[in-house]
Design a protein around this ligand. Structure first.
Ligand code: E4P
Length: 215
């Protein structure tokens, strides 16, 4: 499973990239607004840090505006994936951009029928938001399993990008469900490696080694 960071914060992205395990980055208008800086300048900086797909979202809601923005964003760097919302105008824009060879991440997916339409429109990936579904007492992970099955049944090449991840257990379940990509906040990424028994075990190994040296 590919691991992406879900942030527009370049400090976090650099720290994550230093480990050499980050395959890509997703941003959205809220994450970009939080940083308070030029969008394109930020994208270029991110593209220099991570050599993988970097999602950048359009803010237009009419297909023509989305197509124009999408073409523009795709010109920023070869690794940019254009993110469009899962509304009828977004699907129209996806079809057009995909036909031009621009990779599209269809975002704000909350149902299997939406995901089916995204695949039919030629999306490079679809982003189901599992945390936001869990927040309203729905089963976010059940949606991932449904989409993975539907795409397998018809051999759609669209990848399932598990988004709105809130904790490491979401990552485990995304991998078990066969999600192709999982994007997560940096704090969740940091938690993936941690285990208290690893720390206790290492401390004991080193203490035993030191004690032997003193004999
Ligand atoms: C990623 O592409 C999404 O924009 C993001 O995962 C949304 O996460 P949130 O529900 O925590 O805002």
């Amino acid at each position: 499973m590919q691991i992406y960071l879900d942030t527009a914060n370049v400090k976090e992205i650099q720290e994550g990239a230093n480990l050499g395990l980050i395959d890509g980055v997703t941003t959205n208008p809220s994450l970009v607004a939080k940083e308070g800086r030029s969008f394109k300048e930020m994208l270029l900086e991110i593209c220099k840090m991570v050599d993988g797909p970097i999602s950048a979202e359009v803010v237009g809601v009419e297909s023509e505006a989305m197509i124009k923005e999408g073409r523009d964003l795709a010109k920023v760097h070869k690794n940019i994936v254009v993110k469009v919302p899962l509304i009828p105008e977004g699907l129209r824009a996806t079809k057009k951009l995909a036909a031009e060879g621009i990779r599209v991440n269809v975002t704000l997916c909350f149902s299997p029928t939406q995901a089916l339409l995204a695949a039919k429109a030629g999306a490079w990936c679809v982003s189901p938001f599992i945390g936001r579904l869990d927040d309203v007492s729905s089963d976010g992970m059940a949606l991932i399993r449904q989409i993975v099955t539907i795409y397998k049944n018809y051999d759609y090449k669209t990848q399932v990008l598990v988004a709105s991840v809130r904790h490491p257990q979401h990552v485990v379940e995304a991998a078990l469900a066969g999600g192709h990509i999982c994007t997560m906040p940096y704090a969740v990424f940091q938690q993936l490696v941690k285990h208290p028994l690893t720390d206790i075990g290492l401390k004991k190994f080193l203490a035993d080694w030191d004690a032997m040296g003193k004999k």
